[in-house]
Design a protein around this ligand. Structure first.
Ligand code: KIV
Ligand code: ZN
Length: 388
């Protein structure tokens, strides 16, 4: 049987860290309901200690969501963890997510703590969190740039204290797929109690490799939770995009041999909702959710698609929530696509000569316009009728 991958959505927390993507309480609840329809396993609703507003938003999400686990981020200290637990009181299922940086740079410069102090604080915080929740995740912030021996000690320590998920973030998007996958694998092999927790990946997209790194973390490294955001929203260049990771796992199940519980038909509605609420426009050529992701422009491709969609499509537009794929008529289109569109518009040309003549008019208009819409075709056809 294929292993299950847990989909942990952090649109409402890391996604909100995109400059300008701040969300109100009501907006977070609307997105959370859509994430629940999408059937994500875990919804990270925010960072309770960061502001009163975020505390209220997490509480509202916790009360609204029934089927997904609701999570709050917390720094690894008693005050933050208590705040997270309070915000999650109404949740059917809750998770506290505590983080502490473990890289030499972050420990020395940001935390100004010695590695031994970090180790003790990490363990203490998880012990404390486990008194407030059964489900506790520990994130070693900047984990990928941490020193392996030290990271192994931290991870072993927090698992002994009861951490149920261990997340190894590539906080600054520095990893490459093979290196990140191998890093996770080495960690998992060297930590003696590694099988007592679920391992998780959290990749940032600074070099455009967040999705590839996450997949390698799963395939090579053995992680079974992926942290991601709708439309890849997130700090700086963003996070692993939920839509891409889910469709990669599904489309290449032959290779990954993993399943996840996502209802993919809810992907496009989720993408549109997040875009509309945050004001972040989705680029047209964005995989899966971009307006052009299932659009065909070249005549050769259009002809292939009309004969069999598998020629140029590896996924179905309908499976991810689009109404259909798109044949975009323009100067590159061929006769077959033009004829098909005429039929869809209820226009039948019996004589081959009539079709040729209409196609010539279409081509000459297409040389002047980037896209030919149905209204243009109707106009071309009524002009030809008037000329007869
Ligand atoms: O990128 C990161 O390291 C994070 C952690 C807080 C999980 O977002
Ligand atoms: Zn992050």
């Amino acid at each position: 049987m294929s292993d299950k991958v847990i989909i942990f959505d952090t649109t409402l927390r890391d996604g909100e860290q995109s400059p300008g993507a701040s969300m109100t309480k009501d907006e977070k609840v609307r997105i959370a309901r859509q994430l629940e329809r999408l059937k994500v396993d875990v919804i990270e609703a925010g960072f309770a200690a960061s502001s009163e507003g975020d505390f209220q938003a997490i509480s509202a999400v916790a009360a609204a969501v029934k089927d997904s686990i609701v999570c709050s981020l917390a720094r690894a200290n008693d005050k933050d963890i208590t705040r997270a637990a309070d915000a999650l009181k109404a949740a059917n299922a809750k998770r506290i997510h505590a983080f502490l940086a473990t890289s030499p740079l972050h420990m020395a410069v940001k935390l100004r703590m010695s590695p031994e102090e970090v180790l003790e604080q990490a363990k203490r915080s998880i012990r404390f969190a486990r008194n407030l929740a059964e489900d506790v995740e520990f994130s070693a912030e900047d984990g990928y740039r941490s020193e392996m021996d030290f990271l192994c000690r931290v991870v072993e320590g927090v698992i002994n204290e009861g951490a149920t998920t261990i997340n190894i973030p590539d906080t600054v998007g520095y990893a490459t797929p093979e290196l990140y996958g191998e890093f996770m694998k080495t960690l998992r092999t060297r930590v003696p109690n590694s099988d007592k927790a679920v391992w998780s990946v959290h990749c940032h997209n600074d070099l455009g490799m967040a999705v590839a790194n996450s997949l390698a973390g799963v395939k090579i490294g053995g992680a079974r939770q992926i942290e991601c955001t709708v439309n890849g929203l997130g700090e700086r260049a963003g996070n692993t995009a939920l839509e891409e990771i889910v469709m990669a796992l599904r489309t290449r199940k032959d290779y990954f041999d993993m399943v996840c519980g996502i209802d993919a038909t809810q992907i496009v509605p989720a993408s549109k909702l997040v875009s509309q609420i945050t004001g972040f426009v989705v680029q047209p050529n964005k995989a899966v959710v971009g307006a052009n992701a299932f659009a065909h422009t070249s005549g050769i491709h259009q002809d292939g698609i009309l004969k069999n969609r598998n020629t140029y499509e590896i996924m179905r537009a309908e499976d991810v929530g689009w109404a259909t794929n798109k044949i975009v008529l323009g100067k590159l289109s061929g006769r077959n696509a033009f004829k098909q569109r005429l039929q869809e518009l209820g226009i039948t040309l019996e004589a081959e000569a009539d079709l040729n003549e209409a196609f010539t008019r279409f081509k000459s208009l297409a040389d002047q316009k980037s896209e030919i819409f149905d209204e243009d075709i109707i106009a071309i056809m009524s002009d030809s009728a008037a000329a007869e």
